[in-house]
Write a protein that binds this ligand. Structure first.
Ligand SMILES: Nc1ncnc2c1ncn2[C@@H]1O[C@H](COP(=O)(O)OP(=O)(O)OP(=O)(O)O)[C@@H](O)[C@H]1O
Ligand SMILES: [Mg+2]
Length: 316
C-alpha cells in the first residue's frame, strides 16, 4: 500500500516536472571519455550564465563526475516532505548526482538492473527541481538501460545532444547514438565535436626583444604536417593543431542529417578544471572554451525553439 502510494506521488510529481521544466535535454555519446560530462556541465553553466534557470542531473551511477567538475562536493542533500532538494552549484545550477549518496567514492557501485532503474526513477520523480528553463541529463557512455529508462520515465523529452571527438572510431559510435534517438523517436538536437583542435599562441621577437611583424612561423603539427603562419603587427601568432583530425563531427552530422552544434577546442584547462573543481567556463569566462560553449548554446536554443514550434503546429 505504502509503495503504491509512493509510486502514485512520484507519477504526479513527474507530471508536474513536465510542466515545470521548459527544456529537457539528454547528453549522450557512443564512446566513453569523449567529453559528455565536460559538455553537460559546460552547457549547464553557459545557459545559467545567460540568465536561465538550470538543473543538471548526473545519471552516471557507476562513475558520477558532475559534482567533481563543478566543485560541488561534500554535499549533504536536504530532504523535506519526501523530496530531495538539489545542491546548488556555480551560477545557481541545481545539481543532483549519485555521488551525493555514496559514502565512499572509491567503492564501486554494483547494482543489478531493477535497483538501478529504481534509483533513476527516484532521481527524476523525487527531486524538488522547481521551475527550470532547462534540465540537462548526463549519462554513462553508450545507449543502454539508463537513457532508455530516463526517456520512458520522463516523457516530452526535447531531445538528445550527442558528443563525439573527431576521429573515426568515435564517429562510428556516435552514429549508433543517432540511430538510438531515432528508434526512440527523440529529436537529435545536434552533434558537438569535442577536443577539436588545439591552439598554440606566441609572440615572435628579434634578438633585442622587439616584436617581429610579418615574420613566417613554421610549426610541425601532428603527423609531421608543416603548418605555416605569419605574425601580426605586434609579432603575435597562433596556430591550431588538429590533434584528432577535424570536422569529423560536422561530417557525421551532415551524413546523418542532424544539426551540428559546433566545435569545442582541445584545452588542457578542462583537465585541470575537472581535477580541481573549477570548470573552464568559471576559470576563464571570456576564454576560447567559454566562447565556444556560448556558440553551442546559441545553436542548441535555436533547435529547442524550433522543436517547440514544430510541436505546437502539430497540436493545432
Ligand atoms: N575539450 C577538451 N580538452 C581537453 N580535455 C578534455 C576536453 N573535454 C574533455 N576533456 C578531458 O577528457 C576527460 C574525459 O572527459 P569527460 O569525463 O567529460 O568524458 P565523458 O564522456 O563524460 O567520460 P565517461 O564516458 O567516462 O563518462 C576528462 O579528463 C576531461 O577533463
Ligand atoms: Mg561522464
Amino acid at each position: 500500500m505504502e509503495q503504491q502510494y509512493q509510486q502514485m506521488r512520484r507519477k504526479m510529481r513527474i507530471d508536474q516536472l513536465r510542466e515545470q521544466v521548459e527544456y529537457k535535454i539528454m547528453v549522450l555519446s557512443g564512446k566513453g571519455g569523449v567529453g559528455k560530462t565536460t559538455v553537460a556541465t559546460g552547457l549547464a553553466l553557459a545557459l545559467a550564465r545567460s540568465g536561465k534557470k538550470v538543473g543538471l542531473l548526473d545519471i552516471d551511477i557507476t562513475g558520477p563526475n558532475v559534482p567533481k567538475m563543478l566543485g560541488v562536493t561534500d554535499v549533504d542533500l536536504h530532504v523535506e516532505d519526501g523530496q530531495i532538494h538539489p545542491a546548488i552549484g556555480p551560477h545557481g545550477v541545481k545539481v543532483i548526482s549519485m555521488a551525493f549518496l555514496l559514502d565512499d567514492p572509491d567503492k564501486p557501485v554494483i547494482w543489478r538492473g531493477p535497483i538501478k532503474l529504481g534509483a533513476i526513477q527516484q532521481f527524476i520523480g523525487d527531486v524538488a527541481w522547481g521551475q527550470l528553463d532547462a534540465l540537462i541529463i548526463d549519462f554513462p557512455p553508450g545507449t543502454s538501460d539508463e537513457p532508455l529508462t530516463v526517456a520512458q520515465s520522463l516523457p516530452d523529452m526535447d531531445g538528445i545532444v550527442i558528443v563525439t571527438t573527431p576521429q573515426e572510431v568515435a564517429l562510428l559510435d556516435s552514429r549508433k547514438s543517432i540511430n538510438f534517438a531515432k528508434t526512440l523517436q527523440l529529436p537529435v538536437l545536434g552533434v558537438v565535436e569535442n577536443m577539436s583542435g588545439y591552439t598554440l599562441q606566441g609572440v615572435a621577437k628579434d634578438a633585442e626583444g622587439a616584436p617581429l611583424a610579418d615574420a613566417v612561423i613554421e610549426v610541425v603539427g601532428p603527423r609531421d604536417a608543416l603548418i605555416e603562419t605569419t605574425t601580426g603587427a605586434d609579432g603575435e601568432w597562433s596556430v591550431t593543431l588538429d590533434i584528432f583530425k577535424r570536422g569529423g563531427g560536422e561530417d557525421a552530422a551532415a551524413d546523418m542529417e542532424v544539426p551540428f552544434l559546433g566545435r569545442l577546442p582541445f584545452d588542457p584547462g578542462f583537465v585541470s578544471g575537472g581535477d580541481d573543481g573549477v570548470h573552464r567556463i568559471i576559470a576563464e569566462p571570456d576564454g576560447e572554451a567559454a566562447r565556444a560553449f556560448e556558440g553551442v548554446v546559441e545553436r542548441l536554443l535555436e533547435q529547442l525553439q524550433a522543436g517547440k514550434d514544430a510541436a505546437s503546429i502539430k497540436i493545432i
